[in-house]
Design a protein around this ligand. Sequence first.
Ligand SMILES: Nc1ncnc2c1ncn2[C@@H]1O[C@H](COP(=O)(O)OP(=O)(O)OP(=O)(O)O)[C@@H](O)[C@H]1O
Length: 581
Amino acid sequence: MMAQQQSHRGRALGTIAAGGAVQPFHLLRWAFAQKGADIGQPFEAALFALASALFTMTVYDRVVPNNAIASLIALSIGLAIIILFDFVLKLLRAYFIDHAGAQIDREMGEEVFERLLAMRLELKKGSTGALTGLMRELETLRDFFASATIAAIVDVPFLFVTLTVVALIGGPVVLVPALMVPLVVLIGWLTHPALERLSARSMGEGLLKQSVLVEAIGSLETLKASGAGPLLAGRWSQAVGQHSDSLLRQRLIASIGVTFAGSAAMLAYAGVVVVGVTRIAENALTMGGLIACSILAGRAIAPLGQIAQLLSRLTATRTAYWQIRELMELPPEGPAEEALSLARSSGKIEARNLSFRYPGATEKALDGISFTIQPGEHVALLGRVGSGKSTIARLILGLYPPEDGLIMVDGTDVRQFDPASLRGNFGAVMQDGALLTGSVRENVSLGREAIDDDEMLRVCGISGTHQFLGQIANGYDLKLADRGEGLSGGQRQSIAIARALAGSPQIVVFDEPTSAMDAHTETGLIQRLQDELKGRTLVLITHRPPLLELVDRIILLDKGKIIADGPRDAVLKQITRPKAA
Ligand SMILES: Nc1ncnc2c1ncn2[C@@H]1O[C@H](COP(=O)(O)OP(=O)(O)OP(=O)(O)O)[C@@H](O)[C@H]1O
């Protein structure tokens, strides 16, 4: 039975994760697979409510008129046992709901994060903040499925059982609660479209708020230094204002349904008493029967209140669900067919008539370029700002697919490789060279088992990291804040270089690796790199002439086209030659 439940859960989650023909009811099915079977039977809990109503009726009708104390004791013991069971079942229900919530968190959180990491950069939409906000929407989903509210759905069929019992005891008295049911449903139905609209709006505004927040926190220093605070403060207060406004409207409308359901329960209770009294006068109902009917009528309507609440949360959940589904449906990186694995590259890189345009850009960043870099060759990509140098590095690493033409590693289109196996052959320092939260050791090894302490010390010696870590108290265990806060720009670059050299990858891509270093540090680094990079392919992007010592060939770019390609000194001569008047 447990194994069956387990596999049901797995399948349902699989459907959601695969982003296939996912419909909201898949999520519902999943939620029930998570807890429907686990919760124990809420029906039973509701049956206990029924039992207590019948107990009251028996006491009033049989015990009180006959003073039957022995029967009362027996009935009380029975009821005490039922109350105890009810208590235990409710505890179990709460436990399993929380348990299911934790499970949803873990499983869905993992799946969505994996998808996020595998996202194709060219398909990434929205700002970092909006994407962060979207991940937070997972909590909306989790809260919905892991809330006691959803368990109320299971109580709905019991509504009919309760009404049938009221009809059996009180006859036409049942019309009072039966009339309330369509009224509550009608109010829910009427408010639903407005809720749907407001929920989509408030979600969009929530993401906007998140964007401003992430941007502000991420660049607090620049923000203060450049005096951009008031600009962002303005954006923030506008986003907060709009968001809280639509949230307020959403809550007000949602509360109409919930409050009405509460009033309907009270009306049902009072209405049953009024109608019941006329039935007593006609001798068609006993005193105990009336009390039992009024208890049951209130009890029958109660889950409807929860359903009204559920409906209001359902709209927010559906909006979040569609947004997350959109993310899950984005095709991941790598080929659709079986990917090739690149175990050990020879280091050959080839571009054939390569063109590329960033998503949404009008101009091509690369326009029909071709070159071949032989294994072990050291090549610099030079050119003015925005000429397309970094773009070539991104395409070689398979971060973006070409718009036209081919980029190949070892004679194979990079799109055919499994991205992780392709990038495993590269050591790359990208322009922003971001470090991660954690120790210097973690930043160099990145959890790769092959990078032991000896290898870490070796590459840190080459990159110059060892030289400055020796002067810091806890050296390699120094904890960095996010993006390497706590170190100077040059120090961060040095760690990024160590990270790229670790494990001696066959191809090294350096994009402005020393832009924040002083000349002395840079000279030492160049000397050490001469030996380190022998026999390995180097693609170097730089604006700093001393680094060109490392290369034997230069490819010169301008506006996405190659304007010179040849031996280093010949191209340098061409660049520095004064133009003919
Ligand atoms: N993520 C991006 N989205 C849209 N356009 C981009 C993006 N990155 C770069 N570009 C555009 O592509 C062109 C080439 O950019 P690239 O970063 O390759 O230049 P670069 O030669 O490396 O310049 P720099 O020397 O300043 O680093 C530029 O015109 C730039 O505006």
